[in-house]
Write a protein that binds this ligand. Structure first.
Ligand SMILES: [Zn+2]
Length: 58
């Protein structure tokens, strides 16, 4: 899957707040994902992010 900034994605595992939806705020060697529910930002290595993301919503 190809990703770009602004995509909304779903992950396999939910964030501790319960949401599985994230907005991508950065792509590159690392991905930054912003939780749609609580707004916290996590950084993941590209390979890990691609494994964690199951679906692109838009
Ligand atoms: Zn959250």
């Amino acid at each position: 899957m190809e990703f770009e900034v602004g995509n909304i994605v779903k992950t396999k595992k939910p964030h501790p707040c319960g949401s599985k939806e994230w907005e991508i705020t950065r792509v590159g060697i690392d991905f930054k994902l912003k939780c749609k529910k609580c707004g916290s930002i996590v950084t993941l290595e590209r390979t890990k992010a691609q494994k964690a993301i199951t679906k692109k919503i838009k």
